[in-house]
Write a protein that binds this ligand. Structure first.
Ligand SMILES: [Zn+2]
Length: 347
């Protein structure tokens, strides 16, 4: 006898991240055969053709936008490289290159690129990515150097915070900022990153007001790694919430040392809902749509685990979910079938 599947409430948004799923179409299948109704593309991959194709199958199309990780900019603008506590350019932790958040040229260039994606394409929304300080956190043990102590950042801090700093070397000032002025320094850094979000929101409102503004963000809670979400990454979710429509935490369980504990995924979204006061009700303006890991990264995600991962990814307060990442998943068709079976069961 076959056990009756547990009846689930229809789950509104069932997405994939990382490219147009042409491999699915080549097999003569449609998005709805797999229960997919939303696709996230990297900004550079968004074309009129891909939008038309995906929308013709009833999907919403969202773009991902790289904010503070456009490493190529540093080639011609070395003064935008983040500076460490020793007063020198801080090498990219594990190769993840961030950018100084107060470099005016960089900020203007990213805002212009952001505007161009929205103005040029009939997308349903745009998601910020890498919107945090120079760090490598997408792993079980993060690498989180303290930055940015460039003269520009320190001057901005002192002026905006009305703090008189002594005439001292950058290493001496960095020590002061991380000790005596730590609370104010952390708050100021978070404020800088939040102000970027305020500007992104203004661009959305001016350019494509019906588009959603989302953010792919670190899934840690406020206590994980000694409060590193604010203190190291400069992510103040409550402050950013003023401007964000959809929060997409990235609880990549296999990558983050939780390979055998997919319940960790729903713990993270439950915390986020509580933290932001989002309950997962249809009438709420703000939503939580986590991006969950099905690709093998760090540790493999076996096909037998796909259903459990998606079960935890779609629990309240989440009202949408998407999977990481089509670009490698299409090579593991057994997992794609599991994904399709789950999504169809909650259509
Ligand atoms: Zn700086």
């Amino acid at each position: 006898m076959r056990l009756k599947a547990e009846k689930r409430i229809p789950f509104p948004l069932r997405g994939i991240y990382g490219g147009v799923p042409t491999q699915l179409f080549e097999r003569g299948k449609t998005l709805s055969d797999y229960g997919i109704n939303a696709v996230w593309l990297r900004s550079g991959d968004v074309t009129a053709q891909s939008i038309t194709l995906l929308k013709s199958q009833g999907a919403r199309v969202f773009a991902e936008f790289n904010t503070l990780h456009e490493a190529a900019y540093l080639k011609e603008h070395p003064d935008a490289a983040p500076v460490g506590v020793d007063g020198r350019v801080c090498p990219p932790p594990d190769g993840w290159q961030g950018v100084c958040p107060t470099h005016p040229g960089y900020r203007a260039a990213r805002m212009e690129a952001f505007r161009a994606v929205l103005a040029g394409h009939d997308i349903d929304g745009i998601w910020l990515d890498y919107h945090h300080s120079h760090a490598s956190w997408e792993q079980a043990v993060p690498n989180l150097p303290d930055t940015c102590f460039c003269a520009r950042c320190i001057t901005h801090f002192a002026r905006e915070n009305k703090t008189k700093l002594p005439d001292a070397t950058i290493p001496e000032l960095a020590r002061l900022l991380l000790n005596r002025h730590k609370k104010a320094w952390i708050a100021w850094r978070c404020g800088v990153f939040t102000d970027w979000v305020r500007s992104f929101r203004a661009v959305v409102d001016e350019t494509r007001p019906r588009a959603l503004l989302g953010t792919f963000h670190c899934p840690w809670n406020d206590l994980d790694f000694d409060g590193a979400l604010r203190e190291k990454l400069a992510i103040d979710l409550k402050a950013q919430a003023k401007y964000i429509d959809v929060f997409s935490p990235m609880p990549y369980h296999a990558r983050f040392g939780q390979a055998t504990d997919p319940a960790w995924i729903s713990e993270k979204t439950a915390w986020l809902g509580k933290h932001l006061g989002i309950r997962g009700k249809a009438a709420e303006r703000q939503k939580i749509w986590p991006i969950v890991q099905l690709s093998d990264w760090g540790e493999p995600v076996p096909p037998a685990q796909v259903k459990t991962v998606l079960d935890h990814g779609t629990r309240p307060p989440a009202t949408g979910a998407l999977v990481f990442a089509w670009s490698s998943l299409h090579g593991q068709w057994d997992k794609v079938e599991e994904l399709g079976a789950f999504y169809r069961s909650v259509m």
